[in-house]
Ligand binder design. Structure first.
Ligand code: NI
Length: 264
C-alpha cells in the first residue's frame, strides 16, 4: 500500500469530487492520506469534508505564506485547542517561505516557532514547508528543539547538506512529484543519498502533478509515480518503496489510523 503523506483534498479542485478522488486513489493502492491544513479559517470545513473517510488523517496549522492581520495570527492556545482534535496527527503546514513573501519576515519565524512549541506540547510532529529559506529553517528546527516532536520537510527540493542537517534532528524527508520532473536531476541525486528509513512520499495535490501529468490537477492516486521514480533511484521494487514509506509514515505519525491489507 502507498500513503500520500501530504495532500490538500479539501481544496476546491479536489473537494468537488472528493469521493471520486478517494476512490481513484484506493484503486491505485493508496490506503491513507494526510490532509494538510493551511489556515485556521478553513479548518472546520476540512474536518467536515473529510469526515466520511476513515483513511484521511488531518493536520492543523497556518502556512507561512498566509498573510494575516495581527489579531488573526494564531497563538499557541488556539492552535493547541484545535490540535487536540482526535483526527489531527500533525502540526502544520508551517515553516518558512522567502520566495513568495517579502519584507521583514520576523512574523514568519515567530509563527514557525509557535507551531514547533505546539508540536512539542502535544507530541505531534511538525510538517515543514521550506522555500528559499533553507538556512533559517534548519536554524529554527535546531534552536526551537523540534527534534522533541519530530517532523518532516515536505515537498523536499533542497540540497543534500540541508537534508542531512534535518535528518540529524530526527526529521523525515518527503518527496513529491517534483522528483519525476525532467529538470530535477540534482534532486534525484539527493534522493539517492537519503536513507530509506527517512523517506516519505506525497503529492501536495492539487499542485505539482508528476511527470507525465505535469501542469494538470494533481490527486493522491498519482503518488504512485513518485514511488516508481524512487524505486528506480534506489534500485528496489515499487512494493519495497510502498512498504518502507508506509512504515516510516506510521512511525512518524503514530496517531494516524493506517489500515493494513491493501496491496499494490
Ligand atoms: Ni502543501
Amino acid at each position: 500500500m502507498l500513503i500520500d503523506s501530504h495532500c490538500h483534498v479539501d481544496f476546491p479542485d479536489l473537494s468537488e469530487d472528493i469521493t471520486g478522488v478517494v476512490m481513484r486513489a484506493r484503486s491505485a493502492g493508496v490506503s491513507h492520506f494526510l490532509c494538510v491544513s493551511v489556515n485556521l479559517a478553513d479548518f472546520p470545513r476540512m474536518v467536515e469534508i473529510t469526515a466520511p473517510f476513515e483513511d484521511i488523517s488531518l493536520s492543523v496549522g497556518v502556512h507561512p505564506n498566509e498573510t494575516l492581520s495581527h489579531d488573526e495570527e494564531p497563538d499557541a492556545n488556539t492552535l493547541l485547542n484545535l490540535a487536540t482534535h482526535e483526527r489531527v496527527v500533525a502540526i502544520g503546514e508551517t515553516g518558512l517561505d522567502y520566495f513568495r513573501s517579502e519584507g521583514a519576515l520576523d512574523w514568519q519565524r515567530d509563527r514557525f516557532a509557535v507551531h514547533i512549541a505546539v508540536g512539542k506540547a502535544l507530541q505531534k510532529p511538525v510538517i515543514v514547508h521550506c522555500r528559499h529559506a533553507a538556512a533559517d529553517t534548519v536554524e529554527l528546527i535546531k534552536t526551537e528543539g523540534a527534534h522533541e516532536c519530530g517532523g518532516v520537510m515536505h515537498c523536499f527540493a533542497e540540497d543534500w547538506a540541508t537534508a542531512r542537517e534535518v535528518i540529524d534532528q530526527g526529521f523525515y524527508i518527503s518527496f513529491s512529484g517534483i522528483l519525476t520532473f525532467k529538470n530535477a536531476g540534482e534532486l534525484r541525486e539527493v534522493a539517492k543519498k537519503v536513507p530509506l528509513d527517512r523517506i516519505l512520499i506525497e503529492t501536495d495535490s492539487p499542485y505539482l502533478a508528476p511527470h507525465p501529468f505535469r501542469g494538470k490537477t494533481n490527486e493522491p492516486a498519482l503518488v504512485r509515480y513518485t514511488a516508481e521514480c524512487l524505486a528506480e533511484l534506489k534500485g528496489i521494487t515499487l512494493e519495497e518503496v510502498a512498504q518502507v514509506t508506509s512504515d516510516n509514515f506510521s512511525t512518524l505519525f503514530p496517531l494516524a489510523k493506517v489500515s493494513k491489507g491493501l496491496h499494490i
